[in-house]
Write a protein that binds this ligand. Structure first.
Ligand SMILES: [Zn+2]
Ligand SMILES: [Zn+2]
Length: 273
């Protein structure tokens, strides 16, 4: 049996004899099935056509984890390293021995957590490569787990995974959409790792907020305000989005507030005070 991986979203399914007929994550209105139809692959098939994990040092204590050539929605994960343990934030739909070995030399992975289901990738493979590291999934999004596993741990609200590294549930894109606050990031000014709970846009001085990014379905004012309210208590300067080129180098909460203000204006909502 193979654990098939959806070519469009990169999320791995429970092992089966034959590829599943549909991918529930891509069937949802927040994703899409390619016009050419549903396609599946496996880790072995990906390896045989030359996919590999690319690791990039982004700043002291932070390593990017991506797939080359690009796969799925092109996302990359982030490994936050602390003296008390490392957290893999977000996931990708592939894993290889070379990356596992390098990450072990950096202290391994104590816990895995994702911003939302579009970044679940091959999370069970990553957990198993690191002694069954716990996979933290928001209670509200448990229905989106495509490959249930004993390492999955439900959570809600906020959860400090290791000292100074805290999961914060924001809602919006998904009810369980979360960010990871890394107190020691950006030279101690703090960093917010957001996936696309809020997304760092092409103009990296701003973020934006959507129910669906590919299908361009906006969020209502109440959800945008809820996301900003959830992150306001945390000190941060830098914002890491879910892709290599989506990083807001500085600006912190002021930039997030300014982004929300602009968004609320253009959806015709009253501006926040
Ligand atoms: Zn899919
Ligand atoms: Zn998404």
């Amino acid at each position: 049996m193979d654990a098939f991986i959806c070519v469009t979203c990169g999320v791995q399914q429970v092992p089966s004899d034959r590829p599943p007929s549909t991918c529930p994550i891509c069937q949802d209105e927040r994703q899409y099935v390619r016009q050419s139809g549903q396609e599946w692959t496996t880790l072995d098939a990906m390896g045989s056509i030359g996919h590999r994990i690319e690791l990039r040092d982004l700043e002291p204590g932070l390593t990017g984890v991506g797939i080359e050539p690009s796969f799925g929605i092109g996302q990359r994960a982030l490994l936050v390293q602390t003296p008390d343990g490392n957290v893999l934030w977000d996931c990708v739909g592939y894993i290889d021995d070379a990356a596992v070995e390098t990450i072990r030399s950096l202290g391994g992975v104590a816990g895995v957590a994702m911003s939302h289901p579009h970044f679940y990738g091959a999370m069970v493979e990553w957990s198993r490569a690191f002694a069954g590291a716990h996979i933290h999934v928001p209670e509200a999004d448990m229905e989106w787990v495509q490959r249930p596993d004993g390492a999955v741990r439900p959570w809600s609200g906020a959860l400090e995974l290791v000292p100074g590294v805290t999961l914060v549930q924001c809602g919006g894109h998904f009810e369980g959409s979360a960010v990871l606050h890394w107190k020691g990031g950006a030279g101690g000014r703090g960093a917010l790792l957001v996936g696309d709970t809020m997304t760092v846009v092409q103009d990296v001085r701003y973020v934006s907020f959507m129910r669906s990014y590919p299908n361009i379905i906006p969020l209502p004012a109440s959800e945008v305000r809820r996301i900003v309210d959830a992150v306001r208590p945390y000190a941060f300067d830098r914002v890491y989005g879910g892709w290599w080129d989506r990083v807001m180098p500085s600006g912190g909460i002021e930039a997030v507030e300014r982004s929300a203000h602009r968004y609320l204006h253009w959806i015709g909502a009253r501006q926040p005070s």
